[in-house]
Design a protein around this ligand. Sequence first.
Ligand code: NAG
Ligand code: NAG
Ligand code: NAG
Ligand code: NAG
Ligand code: NAG
Ligand code: NAG
Ligand code: FE2
Length: 487
Amino acid sequence: MFKIASLLALAGLVSAAVNVEQVHLGLATSAINCANGISVEFASASDKPMTVTYSAKGDATKTATTTVESYSVAAATYNYTSPYFHTALLCNLKSITSYTYDIIQADTGCGSLFSSKFVTAPAPGSDAVPTVFGIVGDVGSEHIMDTLQNMAVGMNGTVAQALIVVGDYAYANGQHEQWDAWYNQGQDVFSTVPTLGINGNHETIKGGGATKPKDKNKYIAENYIGYIHRSNNPITTAQKNALRTYFSVDIGLVHCVFLDDYAGTRGANKTFIGTQAWLDERNLQLQWLQTDLSTVDRTKTPWVLVLKHNPYYNSWNIHQCQCDATRFEISNPENCWKGIYGNSSDAAVSSQPHCANQAKFEDVYLKYGVNLVIAGHVHAYERTAPIVKNKVDSKNGIVYMTTGAGGHGNVCVRLDAIPSWSVSATSEAFAATRLVATKDALSVYTTANQVDTVLDSFQVTKNGVVNLQTNINQNTSNLSGSCDDDS
Ligand SMILES: *[C@@H]1O[C@H](CO)[C@@H](O)[C@H](O)[C@H]1NC(C)=O
Ligand SMILES: *[C@@H]1O[C@H](CO)[C@@H](O)[C@H](O)[C@H]1NC(C)=O
Ligand SMILES: *[C@@H]1O[C@H](CO)[C@@H](O)[C@H](O)[C@H]1NC(C)=O
Ligand SMILES: *[C@@H]1O[C@H](CO)[C@@H](O)[C@H](O)[C@H]1NC(C)=O
Ligand SMILES: *[C@@H]1O[C@H](CO)[C@@H](O)[C@H](O)[C@H]1NC(C)=O
Ligand SMILES: *[C@@H]1O[C@H](CO)[C@@H](O)[C@H](O)[C@H]1NC(C)=O
Ligand SMILES: [Fe+2]
């Protein structure tokens, strides 16, 4: 069979096999008409639809055909045409089940072009096994495999059911070849564990290219285009076309809400910020958040997690923004929501939108009992005590966490006055976070790359936050050494 196909190929009767690259899995949901699904995305030079065959042990093999898309960027200074991105949706999979899959180029009759396997997550509402995520932000390419290994398999040898990137994936900054390189670098992990995530500033407003010193004029801000075509998150084509990237998914016992801190931005166009169209986009996300959280079934998913790029409660000096005379206070939420930042020396709403967002989001988080808000952006780790509006409140408060030490540099300097809600902070290691949800607790462990030692860990329970093991100086002040604040 194979020989015949090869002979036919030699005779030019069928086309020759092409490469597939950048193979990465995503989670598919009913939002894209693929309940309990996995999406398989990969890049190829061929625009002809391909087939993904897949099967669980003992089951008949099923097939899914890829949809194909590509994009290009044209500027006087830089032109780029992407490879063809193929996406196959494998739907209605059995939960907590191992599947093998193969990418096949149907018209060659050749064998598998790529072969791998994955294990599906527990079904929404299932506590048959704990729900386990690896979470990190600000990955970049320098330490990508260390960070991905840490997220995927680092903790006690257990494998995460999903990897979550809280923004700033490849740091391509408009140099789209870097996205291609990034998905190739991480393919061993990306092709075996589904990734979910949300865009950060580097997928939206930041140009300048991937390398330093930056060629600021050559590479233009991506305005979502690379992110939308490459990160196979479960959002519809209509959402993608409207640049509305926020979404939610239920995995096991956790309702995960992904919010876009850059909603309403249009690349590097700062003139758009503050327009009615910008505000309308912000209000749409806010309304969506309210609707989404109001419909969560807490008997099914007792834990609600908000994942977004920018941390509001952040005691490192970088990426601060401020809407009030007192830092972290928001006395005029309406103005703050509209981007009127009273006392920002180093920030504008265009580059640091999180104060404006917090002005309206925090009430919604509190109203619907969000358990934990996780961000990146600041290249460090930090965890707060439970907070209600800048005050520690162990009964009603929400824990905010930054896990931005994903490998793209580290920050050094903290605020002169460190707020009392800052429980743990470090930027001394590149690190990733593991979240384990059972009916009783959300347990959160952050470990340094290549070490199984926990830097900091805690549990969110129905009765409050429990501190677990910590191995970092709770009093971390400024660090010395080379610091990279390109976050
Ligand atoms: C990009 O393509 C456009 C249109 O073909 C062309 O005018 C421009 O010079 C190209 N830029 C570069 C850097 O090659
Ligand atoms: C890893 O396993 C050890 C030994 O079983 C256990 O004591 C520890 O709590 C585990 N760590 C995590 C983070 O689950
Ligand atoms: C930037 O946004 C403003 C306001 O909507 C718009 O008038 C202008 O055309 C935009 N500029 C570019 C280069 O798209
Ligand atoms: C800015 O800070 C100054 C000094 O702390 C304060 O008097 C002023 O009210 C602040 N302005 C706003 C808009 O918060
Ligand atoms: C933290 O640092 C402050 C200021 O240097 C000091 O007063 C305090 O005792 C330290 N706390 C701990 C737990 O080391
Ligand atoms: C941390 O560094 C900043 C900036 O260099 C400085 O203003 C501040 O005083 C330092 N804080 C401490 C506690 O050394
Ligand atoms: Fe960022």
